[in-house]
Design a protein around this ligand. Sequence first.
Ligand code: FES
Length: 85
Amino acid sequence: MDIVVCVGASCYSKGSCEIARGFHKLIEKYNLDDVTVSASFCMGHCSRQGVSVKIDGNCVDGVTAENLETVFAEHVLSPVSCSSH
Ligand code: FES
């Protein structure tokens, strides 16, 4: 799984570095060796609050230091599968 953190101007000013560091810490905490964190230019999802990230190809907007753990739990620890039956 790949977590891509936007480091475009808008997201960067809202704390991309802090968010990336936070993801690294959580990955270490849960020993998720197969999850990587990388950076990307503007994803075209600039939101007024927080940073845009892509988790396994899914855009999650508005990630902040406050909701980081929730986002991680929802999208990384127990990703919702969108399979159609
Ligand atoms: S700067 Fe991050 S989505 Fe635009």
